[in-house]
Structures are given as C-alpha cells and as structure tokens.
Design a protein around this ligand. Sequence first.
Ligand code: CP
Ligand code: NVA
Length: 326
Amino acid sequence: MLRHFLDLFDLTPSEAQSLLKQALDLKARSTGGQAAALLRGKTLGLLFEKPSLRTRVSFEAAVQQLGGSAIFLQAQEVGLGVRESIPDIARVLSQYLHALAVRSFSQSTIDQLAQHATIPVINALSDSAHPCQAMADLMTIREVVGRTQGVRIVFVGDGNNVARSLAVAAALLGAHLTLCGPPAYHFPAEFVDRFVQTFPDSPLEQTDDPAAALADADVVYTDVWTSMGQEQEAATRRAVFEPFRVDEALMARARPSAIFLHCLPAHRGEEVSDAVLDGPRSRVVPQAANRLHFQKALLLWLMDRPAVRLPRRSTTPIPRRRKRTG
Ligand code: CP
Ligand code: NVA
C-alpha cells in the first residue's frame, strides 16, 4: 500500500518504534556496507522551495549509500504551481521517480502533491512540520539518554515546525515536551487540539517561565526565532525572544546530565550562545548525523515495498496469424 510521510500525526506509536529501531540497526551496519544495494535502481526526487544543507545532503547521501540515486529540483526552476499545476507535476514526477521529498513554504503544497502522486511523498520541512528532523532527534535522545520513555524535553523558543513535530515524535515514543517561550508564540490552538485528541494521555505543557520549565529537563532544545519565510518579522521576534536565549545561565537551571540539541542552522548569539552550542552538553553534530540514518530507514520503509502486481489479463489471447501455405 502506498504510504506518504507528511506529518507525524499519521504514524502509529508502533510504526515510530520500528522506524527508530531500523534507523539504529542501519547506523550500526553503516560501516560494513551490508545495506549497500537495498535501493538499487530506485530514484529519489527532491523538490525544494527553501534552502537546505542537512536535509538535501543527508537524503542524497542516504539514497546513494543504499545503491539508488537522487535528482534535486529547485521549485522555482520547475515553476511549481506557476509554470505547471501541482497535480500535473505530481502525476508526471511519479512516472520517473520512486519517491519524492518536498520542502515547501506551505504544508498544503506537500499534501496536494501527495494527493496526486502515485509514489511516496516525504515532508522535508513545511511551515508547520519537520517530521524527518523530529524522528532523527528522538533517535539521538535514545542513543544519548539511553531511552525515550519518560524523557523530558524542554523546547525553548518558538512553537514552530520543528517544535510541533518534536512534540508529536516525543508523544509517539513515550517522551514529553514542554514548550517554553513567549505566549504569543506558543503552539497554535488547532495543533494543541489535534495533539490532545491524538494523545489524550500525553502531557503537552506550555509556559513562559524558563526556571520552572528547565528544572527537570533531560533535554534542552532550541531553534531559530525567525524561520525561513518569516524574515520580515525578524526584528520584532528578536525583541520578544531575547529572554529565551539558551546560554550557560539558562542551561545551569537544567539537570547536570541534561543535553542540548538544536536542529541547525543556528543563529549564534540569538537563540543560543556559542558557549552552549560548542559546549560539553551539546550533541548537535551527532544529532545532524542521525538525519542520514533515520532517512535511510524511512526510504526503505516507503520505497522498498514489493511492486504492486498487475491483475492477470483475463481476456482471450489474440490468435496467432496462420502461416500462409501457398
Ligand atoms: N535541520 C535542517 O533541516 O537543516 P537544513 O535546513 O539545512 O536542511
Ligand atoms: N524552523 C526552521 C528550521 C530549519 C531547519 C525553519 O523553518 O526555518
């Protein structure tokens, strides 16, 4: 059955568990090359409206290391929704590719591509979600903290795409997230409603008090105050988020064992100080590395499915032409 990876709300806890396990297995096997041919003959397309370092390179490297290939397309060059309609692009790309990863300003563009594609579509970041990032983050937490169950994550900053997906990934895997930031930038009501309906037993806390939030944090996470596409709000946001910079004084409020994560790219000196980003509690580099391993697991889950068998033809065979005899 065709599956997409659009939002973590679409995943069951057991699917999230098995993807995480597969990612850890693939990482353990990555030096032996045993997984090398699993995607031989498969092509992944990447259709991006926004810049990227980690997502683009880790997806391209993942598919190549599994024996497949990647084609990168800039949405502007393709004329997504301008030169050609989104449904037409989805239908045509489905003829050439085996999966399509999309980075878009709007979740609805990705959803629309998925609606008309006959290949798996992967959300490689939208305005409201960054599911690949969040699953790789839970993988990092599993490795560093030793478990995900009961882990307390405090996300300091904006209730953005990264924070939302992290909250859902945490709930799927038994961890929980507190968002600590200015109330005007807490999670939107429709996200909270959907979260509460999907995970009635998982707490989702929001506060503007870093001291209280951080007291029992196992993981302190932050992301930029101004996401791609919000550049015109940068000055306003800088002023509002100033008390929420993750610096050494703020980290000192967390448990001594607490680690620091950031999806990157970081705006050094804004949401995080150099001392924290480069300090002994930071795990941002292995965190970025896990994008590769999680996405290998994801590509195998989505692409390495037995081909759909076409029904046998039941029509009467066309009779062979008789040889002419004289
Ligand atoms: N974390 C992340 O998605 O990075 P890029 O924007 O560089 O892909
Ligand atoms: N919230 C950031 C994440 C970048 C990986 C953005 O959307 O720009």
